[in-house]
Design a protein around this ligand. Sequence first.
Ligand code: GLV
Ligand code: MN
Ligand code: MN
Length: 418
Amino acid sequence: MTSVSELSYSELRIDIDRLSRRLAELAAIGAIEGTEGCARLALTDEDKAGRDLVVNWMHDLGLEVTIDGIGNVVGTMAGQNAGPPVMCGSHIDTVRTGGRYDGNLGVLAGLEVVETLLTAGVTPARPLAVAFFTDEEGARFPPDMLGSLVYVGGMALEEALDITGIDGARVGAELQRIGYDGSAPLPGAAPYAFVEVHVEQGPVLEVENITIGAVESVQGISWTEVTVTGQSNHAGTTPMSLRKDPGFVATAAATFARELAMELGHPQVATVGRIEFFPNLVNVVPARATFTIDLRNTDEEVLQEAERRFATFLAATAQSEGCTIETTILARFEPVLFDPRIVDIVHGTAQSLGHSVQRMPSGAGHDAQMMARVCPTAMVFTPSVNGISHNPAEYTSPEDLEAGTNVLLHTMLTLAAE
Ligand code: GLV
Ligand code: MN
Ligand code: MN
């Protein structure tokens, strides 16, 4: 078989209709009625059904499929030579109100690359692999990027299996229940390189009218769960001066988080995305409030400052209200720089395919940021209409999906031929 480095392969292009069909078929699982979006929280029945579909596609394409102990699935296409594969991939779990592209694109684009090569009769010099990692979202089982974190040895398998989700379920039990507690070794073998194509999930590419983002870095992520405990009492009879109101502390902290992010300035962001009061009744001063705080920045020092100032405000507000606080770190990852050489290949590939391209950081977390610990890694971004994501309205045009997947194809071919 001829080597992929030969010029004729530069004409290869993916089939966008085939990719769009797969995206639609996967999105039908856990579809949110009346929308284009889907709900496949990690390790739920919907996640299992999505996994089964993608694994079937992997088998149909003749890939060798392995499943490890945290449920990461890797499908490998043999190369002319043995050795570590050029790997791509992402995740197929979604948030509860997710779009059809977040994560799913990176996995199905990988299958599209494989099918394009099989159809053209091309066997790359190095093996190629397509992976989907468990619980990238972390929405049910924090931290995010859990599967890829375990893959790279950043968390012991036993610790990961013991994580309790927001619904009280445990990772290990759920993996067993859906039949994805595999036996492939962990940490997983380091690939030759890793490339993840993903929708941007933000507004930059669309605003700048650019088709491809060559992602250079991922910002640091800090997730904390806070439980504030006070004195539950009658809402009508308890004078304001005598209250120990955890609801007040939680909402004051949420307001402070916004002010803090505004003061620190771009790219600092702060989000209170989950908040629960107990007993959550109109006429009861709550006994307890639990909320999450998500802080992110590309600059580790500023991120640490945001963490410190938020913690100081929270402690002072709780104390003056007579409440106590308990905090649990759900996720903490420092900013990650991708491999400049792989970023250059992505950038050059996009240019050679005639697409506008710009280097940029990622605001969202991605499996690629974990893979960057063990192999040269970079990402390809495609535009998100109106910058909307983690929302069923998430949308990327077929033309942009096609462009991103062709950049993935040729980036992988370049790496496989090295
Ligand atoms: C994970 O996808 C995140 O960025 O929250
Ligand atoms: Mn994602
Ligand atoms: Mn996501």
